[in-house]
Design a protein around this ligand. Structure first.
Ligand SMILES: [Zn+2]
Length: 150
């Protein structure tokens, strides 16, 4: 999955801010890239598991729809354990189309990894961090200027 660097930074920030509890939320995607973060409240108020606030979850999905984004990933943090799905994470991963992003703060540097979990089978999904492109208009102008300079 491609992820904008600002999105990557925001989920690490969220994970740090909610320490020692697990932080959680959605990543809104466009064309397979994670472009926006939707912070949600961890109703469990736990450092070992999370569950979304259903009202916030509903609002986030609506907001994504309005912006022509899809909920392509669920992210959550592991304050004290590595960035791999726990038994609980695997048990609760029902959506084979979803990417599960885990931010681990167990080591000195945050470790962010993504996974698909299909019928309890975990496979790691490569994360490609890219700079957020400027809006399309600016891109078009850059291309235009490029042509002019030839
Ligand atoms: Zn977990």
């Amino acid at each position: 999955m491609v992820i904008y660097n600002c999105v990557y930074e925001k989920i690490v920030e969220h994970a740090c801010r909610d320490m020692p509890l697990e932080a959680c939320g959605y990543l809104g995607g466009r064309d397979g890239a994670a472009v926006e973060v939707y912070h949600l409240t961890n109703m469990d108020k736990s450092g070992e598991h999370f569950s979304f606030d259903p009202k916030e979850q509903f609002d986030a999905v609506l907001a994504m729809r309005k912006k022509q984004q899809q909920a392509i990933a669920v992210y959550h943090s592991h304050p004290e354990t590595p960035a791999s799905p726990s038994q609980e994470d695997i048990r609760l991963a029902f959506d084979p189309g979803m990417i599960y992003v885990i931010v681990s703060l167990a080591a000195l540097r945050p470790d962010v990894r993504a996974f698909r979990i299909v019928k309890k089978e975990v496979s790691e999904e490569p994360l490609v961090v890219i700079d957020r492109p400027d809006n399309e208009l600016e891109n078009r102008e850059m291309r235009w200027n490029g042509k002019n300079s030839l």
